[in-house]
Design a protein around this ligand. Structure first.
Ligand code: GLU
Length: 441
């Protein structure tokens, strides 16, 4: 259902109090800068490289009106932040969420730069989004919002310039609307060559096999590497997941197939628990039909604060940023935190986990599977190929494994945590390219 208009015809943006949301965005951006500065101590970065990376290259903001189903108009603010493109075209998701802010998108764009560099994906980093509660809009309205946003971004995106992908609140349908709008803005002859303007499309419209589950699959490849190194058996291990969207639900289903038991899940509707194990696939179906995990049959509701303290081996935050602060980190009862989300840990939270000996597989490593398979989709489109799932998975596995070992080797050699190591490996790569290429003019 469309939102009721607050005045007869026009609903302006900013009608709700967003101060706390803006603060949170800023806190996230500062958290990212603090993590980056820790990592920069580990690599002899050239001064100009440090300067260049300290701000995004471009910040695109568009305000655009869309006609709602009831005939009223609403004005939306859309962002596209292009952080860096020294390694290749800008790349990153489009987030539709009521907490989206400029600072949040800036932090997320920077994380994409380091994620692609760590994984040796020849892309730079970008992120975009709209501050909306997608659930409030009808499918027709969502389509109109997406098409108008894409149109207004115009040449600020492009198949060899900046390639959007899915993120929180967007999916393959959103990507196909974006692709179709962009293609129709091109000359008829060029149209089909532009299919790779976005990734994360449905398979029928040019998407890649394995893209839907890719981020979750990548999280599990990392957990397997961690388990091998630590001598932990995944068969029978217990795990908890925060967020049961694309990343959380796919990670849960894949880990469960390896014999691990999902005992607790939290999302925006509440927290659920079952000591004998929740059934990940059925839970995914329940969430699709009911909009959240609350009320899932065969589970008991627990307090949101109790969720983090559930005793387990593996904790997978796969929701929003800044979830694991010092207090939450203190209550964790797990061996490893695998960050399916971007930026789920605060600086203080990370400190507590370090003191308590909880391992962390950081976001730019753990959730990189999504952008890696986006890259595979982009290559397939460019070459007019379709790869089998097995090929996608094995290529993804190789890339994740190599980056994981590089991160671990750096962490061991410098006696630092995985987050600083992952960022340092990425920074080293970017630094080398800037040194070779210099700065124009
Ligand atoms: N949104 C995903 C991420 O945060 C991937 C975006 C993409 O595939 O471009 O890594």
């Amino acid at each position: 259902m469309s939102k009721e208009p607050e005045s007869p015809d026009i609903v302006g943006k900013g009608s709700q109090d967003t101060t706390s949301v803006d603060d949170r965005g800023l806190q996230f951006y500062k958290t990212h800068l603090a993590q980056l500065s820790d990592a920069q101590e580990q690599v002899p970065l050239k001064d100009h490289v440090r300067l260049i990376l300290s701000e995004p290259k471009n910040e695109v903001i568009v305000n655009f009106p869309v006609r709602m189903d009831n005939g009223s108009y609403e004005l939306f603010t859309g962002y596209r932040i292009q952080h860096n493109n020294i390694l290749g075209p800008y790349k990153g998701g489009m987030r539709y969420h009521h907490d989206v802010t400029l600072d949040e998108v800036k932090a997320l764009a920077a994380l994409m730069t380091y994620k692609c560099a760590l994984l040796e994906v020849p892309f730079g980093g970008a992120k975009g989004g709209i501050r909306i509660n997608g659930r409030k809009y009808t499918p027709g309205e969502q389509e109109a919002i997406t098409r108008r946003f894409t149109h207004d971004l115009g040449n600020n995106i492009g198949p060899d310039y900046d390639i959007p992908g899915p993120d929180m609140g967007t999916n393959s349908q959103t990507m196909v609307w974006m692709m179709d709008t962009y293609m129709n803005m091109q000359g008829a002859v060029d149209k089909n060559a532009k299919r790779r303007i976005v990734t994360g499309k449905s398979i029928t419209s040019g998407g890649s096999r394995g893209r839907e589950k890719a981020t979750g699959q990548g999280v599990i490849y990392c957990i397997q590497e961690w388990a091998n190194e630590r001598g932990v058996r995944l068969d029978g291990a217990e795990f908890i997941v925060q967020g049961y969207g694309n990343v959380g639900s796919n990670a849960a289903q894949i880990l469960n197939r390896l014999g691990a038991v999902l005992t607790a899940v939290q999302d925006h509707t509440g927290s659920i628990y079952n000591a004998d194990g929740l059934y990940p696939r059925k839970l995914a179906q329940w969430v699709e039909e009911n909009g959240g995990v609350a009320g899932y049959p065969g589970s008991e509701a627990i307090d949101d604060s109790a969720f983090w303290g559930v005793s387990c081996d593996i904790c997978i935050p796969a929701a929003l940023e800044l979830q694991i602060d010092a207090e939450v980190a203190q209550s964790l009862d797990c061996k490893v935190v695998a960050e399916g989300a971007n930026g789920p840990t605060t600086v203080e939270g990370a400190e507590v986990m370090r003191e308590r000996g909880i391992d962390v597989i950081p976001d730019i490593m753990a959730n990189a599977g999504g952008v890696v398979v986006s890259y595979f989709e982009w290559i397939q489109n460019k070459r007019s190929e379709t790869w089998q799932l097995q090929e996608v998975d094995s290529r993804l596995h190789m890339k994740m494994k190599r980056a994981y070992y590089e991160m671990r080797a750096f962490a061991r050699e410098h006696d630092i945590d995985n987050r600083s190591a992952a960022l340092a490996v990425a920074l080293r790569r970017i630094n080398e390219v800037y040194v070779e290429r210099g700065v124009f003019p």
